[in-house]
Design a protein around this ligand. Sequence first.
Ligand code: MG
Length: 283
Amino acid sequence: MRKPEPLEVGVIFWTGGELGVEASPDEICASVRALGVRCGQLAVHGAAELSEATAAAWREALERHEISVVTVFAGFSGESYESIPISRETVGFVPLATRVEREQRAGAVIDFGAALGVPSFALHVGHVPDPSDEDYAKVRDLVRRVCDRCAAHGMTFALETGQESAAALLQFLKDVDRENLGINFDPANMILYGSGEPLDALELVKERVISVHCKDGARPESEGEWGKETPLGEGDVGMDRYVAKLKEIGYMGSLTIEREIVGDEQRADILGAIALLERLRAA
Ligand code: MG
């Protein structure tokens, strides 16, 4: 798989089904290329089939359309971002009732990514417990096992930002203590969750950034509420400052656009985002 150029613009797209369009890998890859990009992250929804035949179909489609996938991103069945309290109860490895099955599912997604030749795995780990909580060590140990599963394939593991402050996330990374563990930095999530100033956070975690999302959002009106995701360039991130900061810290990965709506509006917003990022990348 071709390694994207530094700051190459790409997009996150889904395996289909639940959150993506109902289409074959070939049709999905064709629609990605039709946007004018050649790289991205492949998000695998919780019920997506991960058989060898599915992996083969994806491998062929990516090759045919010359798309490089930099990350396989796992979502899990039962996750909900309806509100911040509901996301605490449903997202990632933290909810106890689904912890074992989700660890197994993560392993299957990692193996699927490895079969496609993808160099990195990512997910929302969930709201990490406070270090004083006895569950903290259990989540830490689980993340260690996932890191080791990735390392067996030569892959990195990137934790999506948002739920934690940068300082808390950095402490968690230190405690997990695995070289292949880092961050998928999402500046809009910091704003949407009210977890701190994105550019200050980026400065703090810069050594551990593996990949990034380019997403925008407006601050919540009151604490504990969601902010509102916006088209790129219309929210509170400050895309010009964000891309300039990525250049300043020497980030060499791709710029993956994430727009969490569906349909024609999503496509129009993504096209606008591509144009904006191409301009900022060249600036
Ligand atoms: Mg994101």
